[in-house]
Write a protein that binds this ligand. Structure first.
Ligand code: BGC
Length: 411
């Protein structure tokens, strides 16, 4: 074997509740999926029916060799109304955690991954001054119910996601989305107004950014107060930001605004979650399209696995904290391309480890082919295919390949 990983290195797969569970009716994504004219191309529907099939899925991940499963809690199930917590749903997630432990899998639980309860987004959402305390209350309740089974916790998935989204599509595009008829219609259906209806993806304003970071801070403290022994961190969308011709200043600025502000805010956490898929190049005016001829993924992103090494090093330098690769992967129908991508990305992880950078684990996105938000079920990131009609799972060669890497501790 040429590339080896430490014995204690954690290997996992990741999913998020809304993308795999199915029938999540009480959150903002479901509402937007069902609002005519919105950019969501289809309904998440039954997704992968992971809500019912989590025991089989966890057993499958374990059989393949994985020792870690990163999944998220659906806040809108646990707290469907501001003053109502569901004991049954809390128990459901407790059972998921139990299933992981029974299969020798360490659970890594994300408390917020993309979706929010309707009551929250309809009342100022992620720009409301009450949002951080609301999030912390939910965190405290969850930690009290099942913190004993949660060694690793991510508070908010890609806290910088709204800022990155605005930078990629242009602030004006996001601003105009919030004025669009479909946005107003969604707000009305939630019993709110466009000004008061703020799903996390649309909280790209300064106020939104500050609210999200404050929610992380209060959520972190709330969890620690109940369960000091849990290891808690935040995850960030960390594309490798590079300078194209003449783009040095712009790349520096983008790295500062989209990553460093957040990384610096995480210096007191237990770890930093790095999520990397590709690179973005900038010139002096903005984003450069991928160069002609480079291979693109189903998302239209450049197939550029080398991005991971750069982002791990950057996150480690700025935070001084252990890094966890909480997401890395590729959307492709060509599974050989997936294996090549993962291999190259892992070479980068190994190089970081050799240089003494602390990387605690690698989590592939995604365990299952799942609901890719606005893009629906088209893009396939999974190591395991899911038949959309029968829900049958089929492990792809990449799933077997990565499982073998895990079992051998390298390749
Ligand atoms: C998100 C996932 C998403 C993946 C691929 C990450 O930004 O956390 O929910 O499916 O990227 O787009």
């Amino acid at each position: 074997m040429e590339t080896t990983f430490p014995y204690h290195f954690l290997w996992g797969v990741a999913t998020s509740a809304h993308q795999v569970e199915g029938y999540n009716f009480h959150n903002d994504s479901w509402l937007l999926e069902h609002t005519p004219g919105s950019p969501w191309c289809e309904s998440s529907g039954d997704a992968c029916d992971h809500y019912s099939r989590y025991r089989e899925d966890i057993a499958l991940f374990s059989t393949l060799g994985f020792g870690l499963y990163r999944f998220s809690l659906e806040w809108s199930r646990i707290q469907p109304e501001e003053n109502e917590f569901s004991e049954a749903m809390l128990n459901h997630y407790r059972d998921m955690l139990m299933a992981c432990h029974e299969h020798g899998i360490i659970p890594m639980v994300t408390f917020h991954h993309g979706t929010s309860p309707l009551w929250l987004v309809a009342s100022g959402g992620w720009e409301a001054k009450e949002a951080p305390a609301r999030f912390a209350r939910y965190c405290a309740r969850v930690a009290a119910h099942m913190g004993d089974l949660m060694p690793l916790i991510c508070t908010i998935n890609e806290a910088n996601g709204p800022a990155v989204g605005a930078a990629l599509s242009g602030k004006e595009a996001v601003r105009s989305a919030r004025r669009a008829p479909w946005y107003k219609a969604a707000a009305r259906r939630a019993g709110s107004t466009a000004g008061q209806f703020v799903p996390i993806d649309y909280a790209y304003t300064k106020r939104g950014r500050e609210t999200i970071l404050e929610a992380h801070r209060l959520g972190f403290d709330a969890i620690k107060q109940v369960r000091g022994e849990c290891s808690v961190g935040l995850t960030l969308a960390m594309e490798d930001i590079e300078a194209g011709p003449g783009g040095e200043k712009m790349a520096l600025r983008m790295r500062r605004e989209l990553q460093d502000v957040y990384l610096q805010a995480c210096r007191g956490d237990d770890f930093i979650g790095v999520q990397t898929y590709t690179r973005r190049r900038f010139d002096s005016t903005g984003i450069l399209e991928p160069e002609k001829g480079v291979q693109l993924t189903q998302m239209g992103w450049e197939d550029y696995p080398m991005a991971l090494e750069a982002t791990i090093r950057h996150a480690s330098n700025v935070t001084g904290k252990p890094v966890f690769v909480t997401e890395n992967g590729i959307a492709t129908a060509d599974d050989a391309q997936r294996i090549a991508y993962i291999k190259e990305a892992l070479l980068g992880v190994a190089a970081c480890l050799r240089d003494g950078v602390i990387v605690q684990g690698y989590t592939y996105w995604s365990g299952l082919d799942n609901f890719e938000w606005r893009a629906g079920y088209g893009p396939t990131f999974g190591l395991v295919a899911v038949d959309r009609k029968t829900q049958q799972r089929t492990v792809k060669p990449s799933g077997h390949w990565l499982g073998t890497v895990v079992r051998n501790g390298g390749f």
